[in-house]
Design a protein around this ligand. Structure first.
Ligand code: CS2
Length: 497
């Protein structure tokens, strides 16, 4: 159905037009606020917002979410026009199911009103801050763990101007909270990073030191702020016109903030919330003492495989992840990568088989209703490769083994960043290190033997020991030569036979 202007917009005033089964479990305004969320992308709306709505519906509590978009004003306007309401459509081969979510008590745009965000972080009612700000927001050196701020972050941390970056907002917010002695708070990273809780703690503590805040502020943060680690999982591609059409058909009203995702969802959270938390455990989340093994499992066996499909698929001219999985031989290559590299690289959570998990991941990726674009998953590769693929390689090499299949992912990324698909079509390089990557490529002659060392020299991505490992280098050159000669489709077919 075409979405046209005659259909009213989703909002509190039009909820009675929405079919009963699609109405929210709670209504914005019915519960007080307790959470600030930074990063209003599709993932948060389909994941933590859904768990929180369910938890409040099950067990109560003032845990309404104030959703904050650091930069994107469009999503703020759309949600504000809809009283914070939006829908999530669950897509499976069997069909679609659309539900409105009422978890947001309000939405804010940080860039136009940073003082409001700082004030919220200092509000005693707010006891949890969740973040989905993507890998590139955590500006720490992978080797030293020290802060490596870009210009905007450095300016936020060293001047009195209103903060524009996530580290700047957190720093000012926590300093204001300390000054007001506004009570303990948990800062919860929901980004796909290993030890995301430790990283967020590192970022905050480094930011405090960089900004030279008074000792009393640092002491207060040490005593009153926790950083629980999490593993988050649900495939939620960027919304398209089709997403909005599907939502409008199901709801009978227009939803300009609609998103769609897969049926599967998982959340493992370390239970360290000094100011309390929603009953997320009543909503299907697993509360644990250590999310580490779950993070490693998910980053290596899901995200690493996702990146493999994204780079190979983009090179082979495939639009979506599910379409790419149909390339002859690819699923076999991925199974070997999971069994021979990933499963052998770490100890999974008790009772979990990495191979079984990997099979379920391949099933999820094959969901034809989820049109997740290869180019979307391929973006920010410099920020993703380390925890998704390089840690697997490093752990295998530390045991004296090879990680041959994982080297294919690195080679596919190296061909991808050169900007041409196998049929010559241009590929976008959407990456915070694009300039550094292009500069490294400019020093090479273009042959695999020259491209591989040039890119391995990017210490922001590749730890020096890994870059100096002859076996790793040889494996990547072998794969890159195959990709350059036979293309991605030909390479995987050849490798699988
Ligand atoms: C994907 C993830 O875009 C990407 O890099 O690998 O967003 C993936 O869909 C989620 O982590 C699934 O939980």
């Amino acid at each position: 159905m075409a979405v046209n202007g005659d259909i009213p917009l989703l909002g509190l005033g039009t909820l009675d037009r929405v079919p009963a089964a699609s109405r929210p479990l709670i209504r914005p305004g019915d519960v007080g606020t307790g959470i600030v969320h930074l990063g209003l992308g599709a993932f948060h709306r389909a994941h933590q917002a859904v768990y929180t709505e369910r938890a409040v519906a099950q067990a109560g509590g003032d845990w309404g979410i104030i959703g904050v978009a650091p930069r994107n004003v469009d999503v703020v306007r759309r949600l504000a026009d809809q009283d914070g309401l939006f829908s999530v459509t669950t897509l499976s081969a069997a069909g679609a199911q659309t539900k409105v979510v009422g978890a947001f008590a309000g939405v804010r745009h940080a860039a136009s009103d940073p003082a409001a965000i700082v004030a919220l972080l200092a509000d005693p009612a707010i006891r949890v801050v969740t973040l989905t700000v993507t890998e590139k927001a955590y500006q720490l050196d992978p080797v030293t763990g020290g802060l490596r701020p870009d210009e905007a972050v450095a300016a936020d941390l060293s001047t009195d101007r209103p903060p524009t970056t996530v580290p700047g907002l957190l720093l000012r917010g926590l300093a204001a909270r300390a000054a007001a002695d506004a009570g303990p708070i948990a800062l919860v990273s929901c980004d796909n990073l290993p030890s995301n809780g430790h990283r967020l703690r590192g970022l905050v503590h480094e930011a405090l030191a960089y900004a030279k805040v008074p000792d009393a502020t640092t002491d207060w943060v040490h005593a009153h702020v926790t950083f629980p680690g999490t593993m988050v999982d649900r495939i939620v591609p960027a919304a398209t016109a089709q997403t909005l059409d599907t939502a409008a058909s199901a709801l009978g009203v227009r939803d300009l903030a609609a998103i769609a995702g897969e049926p599967y969802s998982q959340w493992v959270v370390e239970d360290d919330f000094p100011g309390g938390r929603p009953a997320w455990d009543r909503a299907g989340a697993v509360l644990t003492g250590d999310a580490g093994p779950w993070e490693r499992l998910k980053l290596r066996a899901l995200n690493g495989v996702h990146s493999a499909i994204a780079y190979l698929g983009a090179l082979a001219g495939q639009e979506t992840i599910a379409e790419t999985l149909r390339l002859p031989g690819l699923a076999d290559v991925l199974r070997r990568m999971i069994a021979e590299d990933v499963a052998a690289s770490f100890t999974p959570p008790d009772g979990v088989s990495v191979i079984g998990y990997g099979e379920s991941v391949l099933d999820r990726f094959a969901n034809p209703a989820i049109r997740h674009r290869t180019i979307q998953v391929a973006m920010d590769g410099s920020q993703k490769l380390p925890q998704r693929v390089l840690h697997t390689i490093a752990d295998r090499r530390a045991g004296g083994h090879s990680a041959y299949w994982s080297a294919l992912v690195v080679a596919a990324w190296m061909r991808f960043v050169q900007g041409r698909a196998d049929d010559g079509a241009a590929l976008p390089l959407d990456d915070p290190l694009a300039g550094r990557i292009r500069a490294a490529l400019a020093t090479s002659t273009g042959t695999p033997a020259s491209v591989v060392p040039a890119l391995l020299g990017l210490t922001e991505i590749f730890p020096p020991e890994l870059a100096a490992d002859e076996q790793v280098r040889r494996d990547i050159v072998t794969w890159l030569t195959a990709l350059d000669t036979h293309g991605a489709a030909g390479t995987v077919t050849g490798a699988a036979t």
